[in-house]
Design a protein around this ligand. Structure first.
Ligand code: FMN
Length: 194
């Protein structure tokens, strides 16, 4: 049975920023989501930035070929109570490296796991990346994607900080709408086996 997440218990959060750059607007967005979460719950965070750790995965084809530190990152994701996953839009999708990274995650390790989705892009034109690309990927994992994802465009950042009140409000709303669903996530897990 999946463990009940009581409001008192420290929440283990694994956060992934799929940006290939540092500094990064995507990482800023992830950090603000974590800050909003920390205002409501005690959290312990593993932040995985693909700009740093992507090369550990890039040339590897099988999980048993990964380094120990790469394996630890996958274990953090698989063992978390909540995932916060964000990617920049590249060529109308997530990057190949982002998909390659999640291809290493165990097929059944995310079943019923709450996942907060987020993305950044140059404009609003690809805002549906959350619904059309990220949600189906985590649907494959049978994860519990939270109802409100957060999309942010370049003009809502200045010097890699958020400069738009509406975006800050969307972040707060995504957290406040998502948190009650975490508390309810205590049902037995019966994965659909492929
Ligand atoms: C190679 C490349 C491709 C991109 N393709 C898109 C795109 O298709 N749609 C879009 O809205 N933005 C696109 N962008 C803009 C980035 O998604 C945007 O600047 C994002 O905020 C960068 O995030 P980062 O600062 O975390 O790296 C692209 C940027 C790069 C470098």
């Amino acid at each position: 049975m999946a463990p009940t997440i009581s409001p008192e218990r420290t929440l283990r959060v694994a956060a992934v920023s799929g940006s290939l750059h540092s500094p990064s607007k995507t990482t800023t967005l992830v950090t603000e989501l974590l800050n909003a979460l920390a205002r409501q719950r005690t959290i312990q965070v593993d932040l995985i930035e693909l700009s740093e750790t992507g090369p550990l995965f890039a040339g590897v084809l099988r999980r048993d070929q990964l380094s120990e530190s790469a394996e630890q990152q996958l274990l953090a994701i698989e063992g978390a109570d909540l995932l916060v996953v964000a990617t920049p839009v590249y060529r109308a999708s997530y990057t190949g490296l982002f998909k390659h990274f999640f291809d290493f995650v165990d097929q059944y390790a995310l079943v019923d796991k709450p996942v907060l989705l987020a993305a950044t892009g140059g404009s609003d034109r690809h805002a549906l990346i959350i619904e059309h690309q990220l949600r189906p990927l985590f649907g494959f994992f049978q994860a519990l994607t939270l109802p409100i994802g957060v999309y942010a465009k370049d003009s809502e950042f200045a010097d890699y900080t958020i400069c738009d009140d509406d975006l800050l409000e969307r972040i707060e709303r995504a957290i406040s709408r998502g948190l009650p669903l975490l508390a309810q996530n205590s049902t037995p897990t019966h994965p659909s086996v492929w």
